[in-house]
Design a protein around this ligand. Structure first.
Ligand code: GLN
Length: 178
């Protein structure tokens, strides 16, 4: 994510403690293992700090485990979440790690032929009335938006392009140093 954001001209950094949130204009909640992420967010205090900023409208791109943290309800197995996004998700809903796969979004999606990398990906089972579906795969939502909160079941940072990050964060003002 940092590499893609830098390509777009943003001044991207990694966040691990609450004080690092001061002064940022947007946040990516990356993939990983959402159960572990919940523990780390609680231990570091970053969960509470993020909750305050996100509820105040901080732009967010949540991918995969990040989407699971953000969901209103998490199933299979159930797990606590922050309810930043009005969706119900099922974890690991395409199968185990070996069933991870690449695909292309349905052609009628807003992003055209968006490449999709799924890694032990969740599925979005239901979306609330404020949630807009931006891309689908086999008819199911894979990229959604609720206000300034965007979330993907796939990994847009791994497909060698930056359309999703650009849609969420725009382009930075920095230009090349040459
Ligand atoms: N399966 C992971 C989880 O449940 C998410 C996988 C990912 O982020 N690529 O948290």
């Amino acid at each position: 994510h940092v590499a893609v954001l830098r390509q777009l001209g943003h001044d991207a950094c990694e966040l691990r403690v609450p004080s690092e949130l001061d002064g940022v204009d947007g946040v990516v909640l990356p993939g990983g293992e959402s159960t572990t992420q919940l523990l780390l967010l609680a231990e570091s205090g970053l969960g509470t700090a993020l909750d305050t900023r996100i509820r105040a409208g901080l732009p967010v791109l949540a991918t995969c485990a990040g989407l699971i943290l953000a969901a209103r309800e998490v199933q299979a197995p159930p797990q606590p979440s922050f309810a930043w996004l009005d969706v119900v998700v099922a974890r690991n809903a395409w199968g185990r790690q070996v069933h991870s796969f690449e695909a292309t979004a349905d052609p009628d999606a807003a992003f055209g032929a968006l490449p999709l990398v799924f890694i032990r990906a969740p599925r979005i089972l239901a979306t609330g009335p404020e949630v807009q579906v931006l891309a689908r795969f086999q008819g199911e939502p894979v990229l959604v938006r609720q206000g300034r909160f965007y979330a993907a079941t796939f990994h847009p940072e791994l497909s060698g392009e930056s359309r999703v990050h650009a849609a969420v964060f725009g382009r930075g003002l920095k230009v090349s140093r040459e």
